[in-house]
Design a protein around this ligand. Structure first.
Ligand SMILES: [Fe+2]
Length: 279
């Protein structure tokens, strides 16, 4: 198996392994994911069954809260289509579903229909961003707690569904009250620290004034957007990306309209984020 890093912050291309059925190579794939935070397998063209089976190697595939509301009792692959009639809801820096207490730990995304130009995805390493801070700023941010809210997600639902989304909005608001997560998160497997960032879901820092909260979140937002901490992937149909949701944020560039873009995603259940001051 060859692992070729893409930037100094994160990301690597993995070749020489049959990711459809990695067998004993799975441990090496998993280790590459932990080390590089997002790994790419060009042109593998996973079927839906293969996609789900690979996801199960990493853990328990998630039932997305929206799918659950619509009656799903088994995990489902989510196909996300962005076209002129349906704006790209992921065109901002975020970590997926941080508005729940135990957000997903890993995501597996494969490209289905890709425009000729544009539609790239960018990832930011919260680990690299944290480690590039001076110790004084690391100490200042570590231990801060941030409220994450479903409201940012509901704005997208309203945009997409209009009044038809009323039931879903009510159900998600009832089912998912605001939740607190650490701003600096300790990775449960590697022990490394990472900034946890999700622009539309983070509403305020706990225990400080409104002005102070805004200043902290503005700083972290501008810091994580620094290109030093990024990798950018230009998709071809069939490419597979697997990323660690516990240490990265990502953004889908909404620059491909009027051409449509279609991807298929699976999330893997995660644990409650925590900060461990002793690690
Ligand atoms: Fe996302």
């Amino acid at each position: 198996m060859q692992v070729t890093p893409l930037t100094n912050a994160l990301g690597a291309v993995v070749e020489g392994v049959d990711v459809r059925d990695p067998g004993d190579d799975f441990a090496a794939v998993h280790a590459a994911l932990l080390e590089h935070e997002v790994i790419f397998f060009p042109g593998v063209h996973l079927t839906e069954d293969e996609h789900m089976a690979l996801g199960r190697r990493f853990g328990t595939p998630s039932i997305f809260p929206v799918s659950r509301h619509l009656g799903a009792t088994e995990p489902v692959l989510t196909t996300i289509v962005d076209h002129p009639g349906q704006a790209n809801a992921a065109d901002h820096w975020h970590t997926d579903v941080t508005w729940i207490a135990e957000p997903p730990k890993i995501a597996l995304l494969t490209a289905v229909d890709i425009p000729e130009r544009g539609g790239d995805t960018l990832w930011a390493s919260g680990t690299a961003a944290y480690e590039a801070l001076t110790p004084k700023f690391q100490d200042w941010l570590a231990g801060m707690t941030v409220v994450h809210s479903v409201e940012g997600f509901l704005m997208g639902v309203r945009k997409k569904l209009g009044d038809d989304g009323d039931d879903l909005v009510d159900a998600l608001r009832r089912g998912y009250p605001p939740v607190e997560h650490p701003l600096v998160r300790t990775h449960p497997e590697t022990g490394r620290r990472a900034l946890m960032y999700s622009s539309e879901f983070m509403t305020r820092v706990v225990g400080v004034s409104d002005d102070e909260s805004r200043a902290v979140l503005d700083f972290v937002g501008s810091w994580i957007k620094d290109v030093r901490f990024h990798v950018r992937w230009h998709w071809s149909p069939g490419d597979l990306a697997i990323w660690d949701e516990r240490s990265t944020a990502h953004r889908a560039a909404g620059d491909h309209f009027p051409h449509a873009r279609s991807i298929r995603r699976l999330e893997i259940d995660g644990d409650r984020p925590f900060f461990d001051p002793t690690r």
